[in-house]
Design a protein around this ligand. Structure first.
Ligand SMILES: Cc1cc2nc3c(=O)[nH]c(=O)nc-3n(C[C@H](O)[C@H](O)[C@H](O)COP(=O)(O)O)c2cc1C
Length: 349
């Protein structure tokens, strides 16, 4: 293991895999297969599974989370765990089932995961974190990234150190979410330390946090040397964000187009879960879950971006919607209205 740490076997092709793209972040529930397929249609370059607990996979569980759609040509699997041998075994299973890359989750803030010593807990144990990276590196040859936060708490920002250890252990890319574990989603993401990581390592750094508009992306591209970008909540609010990022401009999407995006998700979900009674129950469950993000969409403009903190864009903003019942409905945070949206999408046929 020690030899491994001083002899990284990351290679250039693997590193290039993580360069110059805007990708869909791993997301529990939100990163379900039909939704990833939708994001892929709008230009998400890479897609990633929801977080999978390595020990569960090794025991034969969570197999459905390994599935991907044929359009997901660069689909990867994200693993969480703390035992190098288990992580390595799980990575092999993921690659055998078709994963094109492996991402190790060292940023998950969820209490249950952290109490077990996985996810962000490993930010407090850099040596152990590196052992996990090295074990997975040894087990699989596909591109390997690690996803971290700035540190465990504001007082213990250690992302530069962690990134260096991960690189030395053989990681091909480092995704950094610009918040600490303790912070969760409070305050805007801090891209200063992300840039410090980008300056400190030779492998590509994938910046993450509050990328909600094409101008956010432009700003981070201009102000940092970060190589690629991960988008999470922005994609849940508007899956077409990847088109906006590629065009460098907001898409002035019409109400009809929004309905057809929702219908498309419905169709993809029916294809995946089935459209019999049981399947439709699952589709409905996911659809309603997504409504809780979709309703936050607002046609943000460049001046909104300039005048507000990025994070505040995701909060609802008043709009003059007089005379447009559809916009009212699509912007409503009332769960009764989610059901109306569902009924409407069912009838679109
Ligand atoms: C619903 C949801 C589920 C998430 N699940 C995961 C996960 O399974 N693994 C992970 O590494 N991050 C997960 N995240 C965190 C995101 O990948 C991302 O790091 C974070 O949301 C910041 O990016 P954003 O500002 O673009 O949302 C999740 C985020 C959301 C909103």
């Amino acid at each position: 293991m020690v030899d491994k740490l001083s002899e990284p076997n990351s290679n250039k092709n693997n590193q290039d895999f993580f360069r110059n793209n805007v990708v869909l972040a791993p997301m529990a529930k939100g990163g379900n297969l039909p939704y990833r397929r939708l994001c892929r249609e709008f230009g998400a370059v890479r897609t990633c599974s929801e977080m999978i607990l390595a020990y569960k996979l090794v025991k034969g569980g969570d197999k459905p989370l390994l599935r991907f759609h044929e359009s997901e040509t660069d689909f990867g699997v994200q693993l969480a765990g703390k035992k190098p041998a288990i992580m390595a075994e799980a990575a092999k299973i993921a690659v055998e089932s078709g994963a094109k890359f492996i991402d190790l989750n060292f940023g998950c803030p969820i209490d249950l995961i952290v109490r077990y010593g996985s996810g962000a807990a490993l930010l407090k144990k850099p040596g152990k974190l590196a052992e996990n990276v090295a074990a997975v590196r040894e087990a699989v040859s596909v591109p390997l990234s690690v996803k971290i936060r700035l540190g465990y708490t504001q007082e213990k920002i250690n992302c530069v150190k962690i990134a260096g250890l991960a690189e030395a252990a053989g990681a091909d890319g480092i995704a950094v979410h610009g918040r600490t574990r303790a912070q969760r989603y409070r305050l805007s993401a801090d891209w200063g330390p992300i840039e410090e990581v980008a300056q400190a390592v030779n492998i590509p750094v994938i910046g993450n946090g509050d990328l909600l508009t094409p101008w956010d992306l432009q700003r981070r591209r201009n102000e940092t040397s970060v190589s690629s970008f991960l988008v999470a909540r922005g994609a849940l609010v508007k899956p077409w964000i990847f088109k906006e990022m590629a065009d460098g401009a907001a898409w002035d999407i019409s109400v009809e187009e929004r309905w057809s995006v929702l219908r498309k998700f419905f169709e993809f979900a029916c294809e995946y879960f089935g459209d019999d009674e049981k399947g439709l129950r699952r589709v409905h469950q996911f659809f309603i879950w997504h409504c809780d993000f979709w309703h936050r969409y607002r046609p943000w403009t460049e001046s909104d971006f300039q005048n507000q903190l990025p994070n505040s864009l995701i909060q609802a903003r008043e709009f003059d919607m007089v005379g447009c019942d559809d916009l009212d409905l699509l912007s409503s945070s009332d769960s009764a209205d989610y059901e109306k949206i569902w009924e409407r999408v069912l009838s679109l046929g």
